[in-house]
Design a protein around this ligand. Structure first.
Ligand code: URA
Length: 238
């Protein structure tokens, strides 16, 4: 791969910025200063330093975002801002996309990557990846709903859901705060599960995916790359 392309792909500047960095002697490849922007490197075996900082080659980008309401989980849209629009780094020419979907009025944890296999595995209905939501539900959620969800609720269109784990946090002034963990990703699933028991979700936030909790220090609309530890946590069975 060309040296300028490699450094730019790592998100360290546009191609023209990186070309300037290289021609100014700021880049060292295997202990030699290289000023030729088109110098060919092997990202797997060459050691590349920019201003004495090792430029590590990441095969893919893995991001966790705290999605705000009114932003859609798509790559581009003519009317609404998308989660990809919120990612300000260029990451070279990588084609980032959200892993699965959250509704426009749902907040919370969304993963963003360019790793198709990882995304596919996380979304595959066969893998039964757990997704945990925090919800406000109008009305009083009781043991009855816990049991119904546990045995697999049937949606109003007759679709049968796999068992879901419902936990009641509080019930006050006609509003229930709950956690719901499900292992599927049907369209509007959480809202439709409550609709099936004649209740309405008035606020929804995803707080966990595959055992990894949303880092609550990430502000709404903000994001960061997943750490190696987090990637390990989210590791999926083959
Ligand atoms: N279930 C929903 O109803 N909406 C979401 O965004 C996610 C799960």
């Amino acid at each position: 791969m060309r040296l300028d392309k490699f450094i730019s792909n790592m998100g360290l500047g546009t191609r023209s910025q990186v070309k300037k960095m290289i021609s100014r002697g700021r880049v060292v490849v295997n202990e030699e200063v290289v000023r030729k922007t088109g110098f060919i490197i092997n990202p797997d075996s060459d050691e590349i330093f920019l201003d004495e900082m090792l430029v590590a080659y990441d095969a893919y980008v893995y991001i966790v975002m705290n999605k705000p309401i009114d932003v859609i989980s798509a790559t581009n849209d003519t009317r609404h801002e998308t989660v990809i629009d919120l990612v300000k780094e260029t990451y070279g020419n990588r084609k980032l996309f959200p892993v699965g979907r959250l509704d426009i009025d749902t907040e919370g944890m969304i993963l963003i990557t360019d790793d198709g296999k990882w995304s596919h595995d996380l979304m595959s209905p066969k893998k039964h990846v757990k997704k945990k939501y925090f919800a406000h539900v109008a009305g009083r959620v009781t043991e009855k709903e816990i049991d119904l969800f546990k045995s697999g609720v049937t949606l109003t269109d007759e679709t049968l859901c796999l068992p879901g784990e419902l936990e009641i946090i509080s019930v006050e002034d006609g509003l229930s705060k709950v956690y719901l963990t499900i292992t599927e990703g049907k369209f509007h699933q959480v809202k439709r599960m409550f609709e099936a028991v004649d209740m309405e979700v008035t606020y929804l936030k995803r707080i966990e995916i595959a055992g990894l909790a949303l880092d609550e220090t990430i502000e709404l609309g903000d994001y960061r790359e997943l750490t190696e530890e987090e990637m390990e946590k989210i590791k999926l069975e083959d």
